[in-house]
Design a binder for this molecule. Structure first.
Ligand SMILES: Nc1ncnc2c1ncn2[C@@H]1O[C@H](COP(=O)(O)OP(=O)(O)OP(=O)(O)O)[C@@H](O)[C@H]1O
Ligand SMILES: [Mg+2]
Length: 500
């Protein structure tokens, strides 16, 4: 097959980091091409080089048989290359419609922007993704998943012939992914060349025709057909060995002491009659579809939103949690936000500073004065264990790959030694090897006595980790399922509760 777009022996270094080493890839028209690799392998860097955000140190880019390079993203768009970057690029104060048509808004003193037609055009693209959103809504009002979908709608609206998608499904649930995939298949059949980055191998096997795998910045394979590659083949190309799937014991905490009780809780966001008990050392799962109110419940527990009815008990005592500071300092409750970029990390600070924010008070209390060495001693083992790819602990977090940034925001809480840890989507954007380490860490923490409230849209993850699972829908708890670790059985029961 002839290539529409080719990268030949591209190399790129950043200070202290060789990101790409003679990497090649061949994208054909009318095909969906997977780009795989562990966190930090170089996937996003390759996309940024193709779209002219970074300049390669050496190597060549070829479009329609002719060498090219772009001086910036606008030139890429003009050449028919659309992209959804891993990090969100929407303007929060603007409406959905304005964001989708941002590059083509036009408007001037004499000819003001025609908002009517902007919103009509935007609606067309939202409908294609089966997104029931009003294009007049401000982007800042949207959940992480919805923002991701708006960004995809924006790329689609350019009607490019090459579409580069850097982890477009990272925060989507399976329901939303289905709608996206049927659209991508249609575009492929119309001749579009699509590059698809994902850590979810089931998705990759479902829709991709060809695959390129990067390992440590080099090709582990270049543009092979997916036809003869199974899951373990892909895993071996990515990490150099087979996947290890641990068997996880069943645990029963019915006799353990309750550490957090919600009794008939209502919130200002619309939760009602919420009853739940989290026991010492237990992992309690909250499962629900997008919009079920799980993240919102977590944020109400930690005092971000107001509890307007019922009682919250911590260790059996009535608790008044009015702020996130109360939650951590008074009650020992930590929250790993799903929106790590917005809430979790300070990108212009170092790995060390970021990871140590919640623990520094604790360490300071223990040691009196806190030196960099104390902090390092607490953080470094986790940075090692989760294989954070960083030249040093002094590196700015904003310069790490997306998945490695996620690891830092988790590490800071894993090290914080809280009594109750609420984790929201712990493995979004994390490669399969690290995901297994994170699961191991969460199990270890809980067996040492930390109680975990787990929110995840990844049902296999829920079944692998939780001891019990509460099903939520429309800001209510619909019921409870005891986890037997049998995926088919547990998922059927949960779905039954949600739809009851
Ligand atoms: N602007 C930059 N300055 C310094 N280092 C960088 C920069 N951009 C990327 N890197 C480094 O280059 C390497 C490759 O990063 P890249 O973002 O391409 O990885 P990735 O494969 O997309 O990973 P992920 O799955 O985590 O998104 C990483 O070690 C990263 O820290
Ligand atoms: Mg990336």
């Amino acid at each position: 097959m002839t290539s529409l777009l080719e990268a030949r022996k591209i190399s790129k270094s950043f200070p202290g980091v060789k990101a790409l080493l003679e990497v090649s890839i061949h994208l054909a028209a009318g095909s969906i091409h997977a780009l795989l690799g562990e966190n930090g392998a170089g996937k996003s860097t390759l996309i940024k080089i193709i779209t002219g955000i970074h300049r390669p140190d050496s190597g060549e880019l070829v479009l329609d048989g002719k060498p090219f390079h772009f001086n910036g993203p606008r030139e890429a768009i003009a050449a028919g290359i659309g992209v959804v970057h891993q990090e969100r690029n929407l303007i929060p104060r603007f409406s959905i419609g304005e964001n989708i048509l941002l590059d083509r808004l036009g408007g001037s003193l004499l000819k003001p922007i025609d908002y009517e037609s902007v919103h009509k055009e935007a609606k067309r693209w939202l409908d294609l993704l089966e997104l029931d959103l009003d294009p007049r809504t401000q982007v800042s009002q949207l959940s992480v998943a919805k923002m991701q979908l708006v960004e995809i709608a924006k790329a689609l609206s350019l009607q490019s012939r090459v579409l580069l998608l850097d982890e477009p499904t990272a925060s989507l649930t399976s329901h939303e992914t289905v709608a996206l995939f049927s659209l991508l298949k249609k575009l492929r059949d119309d001749g579009v060349s699509i590059l698809f980055v994902s850590h979810k191998l089931e998705e990759v096997q479902e829709i991709c025709d060809t695959v390129t795998v990067l390992r440590d910045g080099s090709n582990a394979c270049d543009s092979q057909s997916m036809a003869n590659l199974g899951r373990q083949d892909l895993v071996r190309l990515m990490i150099g060995r087979n996947e290890q799937i641990p068997t996880v014991e069943l645990r029963d905490h019915t006799l353990a002491k309750p550490v957090l009780d919600l009794i008939n809780v209502a919130t200002e966001l619309g939760h009602a009659d919420i009853n739940l008990t989290l026991r010492k050392g237990e992992i309690l799962g909250l499962y629900g579809l997008v919009g079920a109110g799980r993240t919102e419940l977590a944020k109400s527990i930690i005092g971000r939103y107001r509890v307007t009815g019922g009682n919250v008990l911590v260790n059996g005592q009535r608790a008044e949690i009015n702020s996130v500071a109360d939650a951590i300092d008074v009650y020992g409750i930590g929250y790993v936000s799903e929106d790590r970029k917005q809430e979790g990390l300070i990108l212009i600070h170092s790995v060390l500073d970021n990871a140590s924010i919640p623990i520094w008070k604790r360490l300071a209390a223990r040691f009196g004065v806190l030196t960099n060495r104390d902090v390092k001693a607490a953080i470094a083992p986790l940075v090692d264990q989760l294989e954070v790819r960083t030249p040093s602990l002094e590196q700015l977090v904003g310069l790490l790959s997306g998945g490695n940034q996620q690891k830092i925001s988790l590490i800071k809480w894993l090290a914080a030694n809280v009594n109750i840890l609420i984790v929201d989507e712990p493995s979004v954007g994390i490669d399969i090897k690290t995901k297994a380490y994170i699961h191991e860490l969460l199990r270890k923490l809980s067996s040492e006595g930390t109680s975990v409230l787990l929110i995840t849209s990844d049902l296999p993850e829920m079944v692998a980790l939780a001891d019990r699972i509460l099903a939520m829908d429309q800001y209510r708890v619909k019921g409870e399922v005891t986890n037997t670790r049998n995926y088919a059985e547990v998922s059927e029961k949960i779905m039954g509760l949600i739809h009851s």
